[in-house]
Ligand binder design. Sequence first.
Ligand code: GLC
Length: 680
Amino acid sequence: MKKLISTTVILLFLFLLISTGCNQTQKTDTVKEPSKMDWWSEARYGMFIHWGLYSVLAGEWDGEIRYAEWIRSSAKIPVEVYDTLVRHFNPVEFNASEWVRMAKDAGMKYIVITSKHHDGFCLFDSEYTDFDIMSTPFKRDILAELSQACREQGIVLCFYHSIMDWHHPDYLPRRNWETDRSVNGADFDRYVAYMKNQLKELTTKYGAIGVLWFDGEWESTWTHERGVDLYNYVTSLQPGIIVNNRVDTGRGGMAGMTMSSEYVGDYGTPEQEVPATGFPGTCWESCITLNNNWGYVKNDDNWKSPKTVIRMLTDIASKGGNLLLNIGPKPDGSFPEESIKILEETGSWMKKNGSSIYGTGASPFANIKWGRCTSKEEGNNTVLYLHVFEWPADGDLVLSGITNKIKGAYLLDGGKKLRVIKKGPDIHIALPTVCPDELSTVVVLKIAGKPQVFEAPVIANSQVLFIDTASVNLVSFPDALEVHYTLDGTDPSAVSPVFSKQVKIAATSEFSAAFFMGGERVGAITKMRFTKVDPLPAIEPGSTSPGLRFAYFKGKYDSIPEMSGMKPLMKGVTDRVSVVKDSDAEYFAQSLSGYVLLPEDGVYKFTLVSDDGSKLYIDGRLITDNDGMHSSVAKSNDVALAKGYHNIVLEYVQGSGSKELNLFIKGPRGDLDINTLIFH
Ligand code: GLC
């Protein structure tokens, strides 16, 4: 009886869904219902193209090269001045077949091109505006040519269409600096009617369109109701069309996923990031630039390497998502040479290894140290694609926790058969000693049935530092499993102590734990080092007042400057941790300094969020380095601190674009509000 119960529990625990259909939430043994998302999930990889009038400027205005597709807004170019760019858009090198061929050879299955970006300029022949390609010297409908080339070459054409429009007189709001651009007579409903007319053109003149990729939904005039209406409108024009979640107002920041089910949109759109985990049952696509910018910028040479691209695509596929990789064509209609090279190199990897990406489902393993896994059903069997990022020096590739019968293993490229042996809970695959493909080598492992995987125990502690004692906790696990652990870094065995509820430690320990059944280890070993530390002592600052001192320095920095010898343009006291200068300011640095008053001895987690760079010092030590020019990035660090005052210095640098500086603090008893703890 006991055995029967444990087997049932374990099977419930282990049974894993393998399905490429992200819209499918449940494992079923019945045939999967077809869905409009099928081709898209199968595709896994698409090309984003940002191209328009801004490409003519190549990022430069007033002698400064620091803009991209936002140039009209960021460089504050008056609409009538920007409009004149129409006369200069003449992409004589544009060749739709070449573009589509490059996408196809790179292994991409769909193209999403900006039919209209935020500047309002249309790459197609629209009856409803003159601010379109037909007013340029080029006078050729880019989208018509692309749709024909896509049809010929079997690539799905999709349109990015901005809701925000900086050109149309009826669009509101104006840019906040456009004080002399009148809003009199502007009618947002009329703007929406205009946008719908254009979407009708886009969905009726260019054949079947794969995706409508909306953007610019964050402006105050766009509402949930308008989003639902637009979703219904475009899906009534082409029922099979897929619509991203930026059609509605439910996107949660750059992380891109929809916050709750009341919002419409067929998939989430993480921007410039790969989520830490997948979202089973939810479709998503990370859109990522090949260098730093979406639109063409002549001096942007920060190209991702082919290896980075392949591993990013693999990482995304292993989490059940798609990658939309951006190209910013030049004003003459050609792709930047470096983009072409990267597309070619990654394309040749895709030719050999594409089957490990297309139509695959997410990894059945929570975590694999040496790489990633994608999976595919094959009749009653499962194919696991093991993407080896870190080649084992001794050629012994270890995969832990899989209990299925192994049917065989081979290298995907070339088919070389590999010896597989099972040793307890681990599978050992004998690899050639030299890594065959530095980009990523794929090992195919065939197993019988659906993957049944024992994971390693999951440690619930969020802190690895402690002052006096710590208790190690595990995330709950089925009763049928037993956990044995050690504290000295050795692998736990059936005779190691049994974990029940928690383990108390009073010295630095290397905690290692694994699941066991019937005296045998099942699954991988979890390891974590817990370090005992002395808290930094408090200081006695004398009398203090609330708030931090700030100093503001004007200048064009691309990282945090050495502020100590510099003369600030402005000084004062601020009552909160934030960017002190008003919302229009660009190109500056600032420092905040003073004390933070902590309520008790303990390990404090500081989370520093900034766009662009920042650094946090406590008691003269660099705690968090979040420097550099980047969009919003959060970094967390733990510090053991004694009760009382500690020195705090926060440095910040801003280039152009959005600004953000935030500091969150979590103490031994939970979240604290930093702004109530700062003094000078
Ligand atoms: C941002 C930008 C835009 C770009 C888009 C791509 O929202 O506003 O310029 O087109 O991201 O995801």
